[in-house]
Design a protein around this ligand. Structure first.
Ligand SMILES: *[C@@H]1O[C@H](CO)[C@@H](O)[C@H](O)[C@H]1NC(C)=O
Ligand SMILES: *[C@@H]1O[C@H](CO)[C@@H](O)[C@H](O)[C@H]1NC(C)=O
Ligand SMILES: *[C@@H]1O[C@H](CO)[C@@H](O)[C@H](O)[C@H]1NC(C)=O
Ligand SMILES: *[C@@H]1O[C@H](CO)[C@@H](O)[C@H](O)[C@H]1NC(C)=O
Ligand SMILES: *[C@@H]1O[C@H](CO)[C@@H](O)[C@H](O)[C@H]1NC(C)=O
Ligand SMILES: *[C@@H]1O[C@H](CO)[C@@H](O)[C@H](O)[C@H]1NC(C)=O
Ligand SMILES: *[C@@H]1O[C@H](CO)[C@@H](O)[C@H](O)[C@H]1NC(C)=O
Ligand SMILES: *[C@@H]1O[C@H](CO)[C@@H](O)[C@H](O)[C@H]1NC(C)=O
Ligand SMILES: *[C@@H]1O[C@H](CO)[C@@H](O)[C@H](O)[C@H]1NC(C)=O
Ligand SMILES: *[C@@H]1O[C@H](CO)[C@@H](O)[C@H](O)[C@H]1NC(C)=O
Length: 372
């Protein structure tokens, strides 16, 4: 019975999709782009620089006949084209896609693409939920235009995920996302060439769950880079991935983690970090459930590491079922020093100077909001 209901539900959803989604026009009308009926998608592969995309969409709307309803496709793909620009700054161009909108947008492997102009997707700004702009070797790479791609991405009111990956983008500018996008949960900048994240870059994104910055060249984190507006539940988890960057122990400005106002999962794997400075990282642990992952860093587990041990943030092998908060510790890469991953004991720190604030950590094992 349940199975039959499921099948009916599936059929109804397929029917709704086909009947409510835009129809495909006769294929010559939109050549060299093409339309896939069942997935409700327009894709343009390998198009030459002289192709006029606007003309294609004007033809498309004509072929479908004038209708008061906005034409919305599930997806638009532009792949392997030789275009250098999508759109222009010429305001006289009314609407680049002739009023057609898309739920998802993918712009990939356009090796000559330099710019996507701001109003190109105007008709989609209140429609699109997912945007992928990837592997475009020279996109937004020239200094005066660095900011513009962010202005564009920040215009999609209902976006839930943005993937700006593998494009050789060199910076995330200050206030990159300064208009609020209240549904944006995933933001990925994996494998670019990013060296810096400007102040308040993500400030107006209250729904953020993931900031993915893996595989960049970030070597400095200014204290306001990840500051988020303080009007969301403190208990919502933010996962901040900074794996495989050029971070070291001095890269983080003091105050960075005070300003995040969230429970935080911070993945710092594959960097050049030897210590976690106490004044910088203490605020991370004020919210129970926060954690730091340190896999593949050249950690030096000397007396500078003691505060993590004292504060009971490390794995304790004689109390192995207790929760711990700093993961995947390998002191000097395990091989040389004889310590096993995550295991540091009292004897390791016995020679270290007594820390006068240690009692404050020790006595607050159950009080993670305690400020020393
Ligand atoms: C699109 O419309 C223009 C102008 O009406 C026409 O010249 C062109 O051939 C059309 N393109 C296609 C592929 O139908
Ligand atoms: C592309 O086509 C549109 C619609 O016909 C037209 O307004 C525009 O001038 C064309 N652009 C170029 C560069 O030819
Ligand atoms: C999106 O905005 C356009 C005007 O730009 C409007 O015509 C359309 O109805 C809006 N769609 C939704 C779903 O709000
Ligand atoms: C990426 O951008 C940098 C400048 O930011 C440039 O030096 C480098 O050549 C670019 N790489 C590629 C593959 O275009
Ligand atoms: C966002 O920042 C840009 C650049 O600083 C500025 O031009 C724009 O007006 C700002 N928008 C809002 C809504 O603050
Ligand atoms: C947070 O504040 C911004 C700007 O004031 C507002 O647009 C947004 O709806 C607020 N979010 C929540 C969850 O209150
Ligand atoms: C890592 O940091 C050390 C100094 O602590 C420096 O000598 C070394 O060059 C750095 N390695 C890389 C790959 O940046
Ligand atoms: C580790 O666990 C043992 C056994 O419960 C306990 O005596 C010791 O104080 C713990 N060490 C730390 C630093 O929490
Ligand atoms: C770890 O490496 C540092 C230098 O990189 C060295 O000074 C220290 O003695 C090493 N510690 C251990 C336990 O091997
Ligand atoms: C923190 O969370 C862990 C895992 O959920 C739990 O075991 C521990 O008791 C919590 N500590 C406090 C102080 O709530």
């Amino acid at each position: 019975m349940f199975v039959i209901i499921k099948i009916i539900a599936l059929l109804v959803s397929v029917w709704l999709r086909v009947s409510l989604g835009a129809k495909c026009p006769p294929s010559p009308t939109i050549a060299p782009c093409s339309c896939a009926q069942y997935i409700n998608q327009i894709s343009c592969w390998n198009i030459k620089p002289d192709v006029n995309l606007t003309q294609i969409f004007v033809n498309l709307t004509k072929a479908l006949g004038k209708n008061s309803k906005q034409i919305i496709y599930d997806e638009f793909k532009l792949i392997d084209s030789e275009l250098t620009d999508i759109g222009s700054d010429d305001d006289s161009v009314e609407d680049f896609f002739a009023g057609v909108a898309f739920n998802k947008i993918q712009i990939t492997k356009n090796r000559k693409l330099k710019r996507i102009h701001n109003n190109v997707f105007k008709s989609s700004f209140n429609i699109t939920t997912s945007i992928t702009i990837s592997e475009n070797a020279i996109l937004a790479n020239d200094a005066p235009n660095e900011r513009q791609i962010f202005d564009l991405l920040n215009s999609f009111e209902f976006a839930t995920e943005i993937w700006l990956t593998d494009n050789n983008i060199s910076t995330i500018p200050e206030k990159a996302f300064n208009r609020s996008q209240n549904s944006l949960a995933w933001l990925s900048f994996i494998d670019n060439n990013i060296v810096s994240v400007g102040s308040h870059a993500f400030y107006s994104l209250p729904a953020l769950n993931y900031i993915l910055l893996d595989g960049n060249r970030i070597d400095k984190i200014s204290n306001k880079a990840f500051e988020l507006s303080n009007n969301v539940s403190n208990y919502q988890l933010l996962r901040l991935f900074l794996r495989d960057n050029d971070l070291n122990s001095d890269s983080f400005e003091s105050g960075t983690f005070e300003r995040i106002h969230r429970k935080l999962l911070l993945d710092l794997s594959k960097n050049n970090i030897t210590h976690l400075k106490r004044d910088v990282f203490t605020p991370v642990f004020r919210r129970n459930g926060s954690a730091i992952i340190l896999r593949h860093n050249p950690l030096v587990c000397d007396c500078n590491f003691k505060w993590l041990y004292d504060r009971r943030l490390l794995y304790n092998s004689s109390h192995h079922d207790r929760h711990y908060y700093v993961h995947n510790i390998q002191c000097n890469g395990t091989k040389h020093d004889g310590f096993k991953m995550n295991e540091l004991t009292q004897s390791h720190f016995q020679h270290c100077p007594h820390d006068p604030t240690v009692h404050c950590f020790m006595s607050t094992e159950t009080d993670y909001d305690y400020q020393c």
